[in-house]
Design a binder for this molecule. Structure first.
Ligand code: WT7
Length: 656
């Protein structure tokens, strides 16, 4: 959000206090911040009792900066915590998931008892196929029940999963599989997206040509499309899993057993494998899910609209909600598959009570118009959440009015892949919210906003968001690269974790997130690095140099704008710029993913560089956002910026 908008909204001082009804039944009580703040470590240890342990921990935090462990001498099994114990407690008939496929009518409701059978069978199958505790298993799947089953089956065996978002292309899969040294892959023949079946196994096959360490591939038949088959390596899920026994005796694992890796983009071209371990992560996910969403497992129906290929899906579809034993909706497809009211039909049909989604989705619904939600009975909703990017006050107000019926509290939750769970958020029933503000650190979490020198800023001032104390869900590091972990997060402000986000403390001391301050872009809530996209572009033999920036976009938050210079060969090839641009966009989609396709590519004779040869991205961002240009006097050729500015308008016109 632009700074001016923020000032305007702050000055309006629009506040929403919790309703008396909500306060009366809320999980979080007004004293929660005081209680947790007095002794955060004990408070978290208290929260860890939500879990079922085989051996109760006697330790809480062991802190050897920047490495932390939590509850280290305890033992448990994550899948038992998510499934078995709910069945054992008599809730086997409770629905774990109402799964809604993209094709109309393709639905399935799975109880906790069903889920236990599925996870047990999958665990047996993986064991039979050679998966062992300590292994890494890549999961590349659409949003189908087997994806959740696969994750839990890995967890049950003590093998770490590495879920790769189904939108990634084969190079991205290969990089991730190699980096984690995965020995096994779980995938599907394909998935449904925007009304048609697309291939998934085909990308795995291509990726595995570069991954000799993978011994086996388990394939779910989702679409029935033709797939190529490598005998001895490939196995059908329905052939191997379905014949397994329904009961599986789980082992217990140490609290710090790796639970999963989640690759995420940093400021370099190489994605980082963010490691999460078992007990601290599960405690954080379950505790935040319980308080932030105020869940009542007997009656709530939660819907987190994320894909399980991202951290939101891990923490608030799989581990948090299942640890808390709630009922959820999982929807496979796009928001407009089967009509622009598809989501609202789902809310009405399944009586969804808690909806958690991203500002991009909200802004898309705004654009489509309020008539689509208005055509459905959304009165079951009682709480709304937002995540992934700053939510602009206009979108917040629209969400409140047209989805929440001016009745549901909104929780704007700030966190990251690295934090494992929610870090800054209002608490329903406690916090008086402000449209666009994430408000306060979650109980037991310590946050500061600091200036360039690391000194706390006062109320009414902006700076960098830092996390000053270790927390249970904190990443245990970057897979295979402890130094990079220390360097990336702990060196900018020594001794504290630097998230990469700008933030402001308003006059009341409440927090407003202002977006990334580094070279990380946020496109529709998807995190991508400028260098990663530049790397893909210069990997094309027509490109000499590339500079990429994230430019603000009304719907997607940010959009990718790329500036490239061509090689002599490409410039003289006779291809038109329009053809080259289309080719480059397709190239980026193939190398990274369609989500990384630039909104606009500008072919320019040169890039703005300082005398030391550094590309001035700041100026390109000004150009891309149609702002007055800043200081250009340090450039070797100051005139190039206005040349690019002119080209930018021309290409934008071409696009229309
Ligand atoms: C980055 C983390 C957290 C799960 C989804 C994204 C941005 C996230 C908010 C929010 C403002 C937000 C930050 C953060 N972000 N939530 N509520 N308000 N910004 O996880 O891919 O690891 O991205 O998303 O910039 O650093 P991720």
């Amino acid at each position: 959000m632009a700074h001016n908008d923020l000032e305007a909204f702050l000055s309006e001082r629009r506040h929403f206090a919790p309703s008396d009804d909500f306060v009366a039944q809320a999980n979080a009580q007004a004293d929660i911040y005081d209680v947790a703040g007095r002794d955060p470590r004990s408070w978290w240890a208290q929260q860890a009792r939500r879990l079922t342990w085989d051996v109760e921990p006697t330790q809480d935090l062991v802190w050897t900066p920047p490495f932390a462990t939590w509850f280290e001498d305890g033992r448990l099994n994550a899948s038992v915590n998510c499934v078995d114990r709910h069945v054992a407690a008599g809730h086997g008939d409770r629905v774990a998931f109402h799964w809604v496929g993209e094709p109309e009518g393709d639905t399935l409701s799975i109880t906790y008892r069903d889920l236990l059978v599925r996870v047990s069978q999958a665990a047996h199958a993986l064991s039979e196929l050679g998966v062992r505790a300590g292994d890494r298993v890549a999961i590349y799947m659409p949003m189908i029940p087997e994806a959740v089953t696969a994750m839990l089956a890995c967890a049950r065996l003590g093998a770490a999963h590495s879920v790769i978002f189904g939108g990634f292309a084969s190079d991205a899969i290969a990089d991730r599989v190699q980096d984690a040294e995965c020995t096994f892959v779980i995938t599907a023949d394909g998935g449904y997206r925007r009304g048609s079946a697309s291939g998934l196994k085909v990308h795995v096959d291509a990726a595995l040509e570069r991954c000799p360490g993978v011994r086996g591939v388990l394939v779910v038949r989702r679409t029935g499309q033709e797939v190529s088959w490598t005998e001895g390596r490939d196995h059908w899920w329905h052939e191997v899993v379905d014949r397994q026994p329904h009961e599986h005796t789980p082992e217990s694992f140490p609290a710090e057993q790796p639970l999963f890796l989640m690759y995420t983009s940093g400021t370099t071209a190489r994605p980082k494998g963010i490691l999460h371990t078992t007990a601290g992560y599960l405690t954080h996910a379950a505790t935040t899910h319980f308080y932030v969403f105020d869940v009542k497992p007997e009656t709530d129906v939660c819907w987190t609209s994320a894909d399980i290929g991202w951290i939101t899906g891990h923490s608030y579809i799989v581990y948090g909600p299942l640890a808390n034993g709630v009922t959820q909706v999982i929807y496979e497809g796009t928001p407009d598959a089967g009509g622009k009211d598809r989501w609202w039909r789902i809310v009405e049909e399944y009586k969804v009570t808690i909806l958690y989604t991203a500002p991009t989705a909200i802004r898309t619904f705004m654009k489509w118009g309020a008539e689509f939600p208005a055509a459905h009975d959304l009165s079951s909703l009682r709480l709304l959440g937002s995540v992934g990017e700053p939510i602009n006050p206009e979108a917040w107000m629209w969400y409140r009015e047209f989805i929440g019926g001016n009745r549901c509290p909104i929780v704007d939750t700030w966190w990251q892949t690295e934090t494992g769970g929610i870090m800054v958020t209002p608490l329903p029933g406690v916090t008086t919210t402000k449209p666009g503000a994430a408000m306060r650190p979650f109980p037991g979490i310590s946050v500061d906003v600091v200036d360039n020198d690391g000194a706390s800023v006062g109320n009414g001032e902006g700076g960098y968001l830092t996390l000053t104390q270790p927390w249970p869900g904190m990443t245990r590091g970057i897979w295979g690269d402890p130094e990079r972990f220390a360097e990336t997060y702990w060196s900018r402000f020594p001794g504290v974790y630097f998230a990469g986000d700008g933030a402001k403390r308003d006059e009341d001391g409440d927090l407003w997130l202002l977006g990334r301050v580094d070279d990380v872009m946020n496109i529709s809530g998807h995190r991508l690095s400028t260098t990663e996209v530049e790397h893909a572009l210069v990997g094309h033999d027509g490109v000499a140099e590339a500079a990429v920036v994230g430019a603000s976009d009304d719907t997607t938050g940010q959009a990718i704008v790329a500036f490239v210079t061509l090689t002599v060969a490409a410039a003289e090839s006779g291809a038109s710029h329009a053809e080259i641009i289309e080719d480059l966009r397709a190239h980026v989609a193939t190398v990274i993913s369609p989500i990384a396709k630039p909104r606009q590519i500008v072919i320019t004779p040169d890039l703005p560089k300082t005398r030391s040869g550094k590309i001035m991205r700041r100026l390109l961002r000004d150009v891309a956002e149609h702002r007055a240009l800043g200081d250009v006097t340090t450039l070797t050729d100051p005139s190039i910026v206005s040349v690019i500015d002119g080209l930018m308008g021309q290409h934008a016109a071409d696009d229309e």
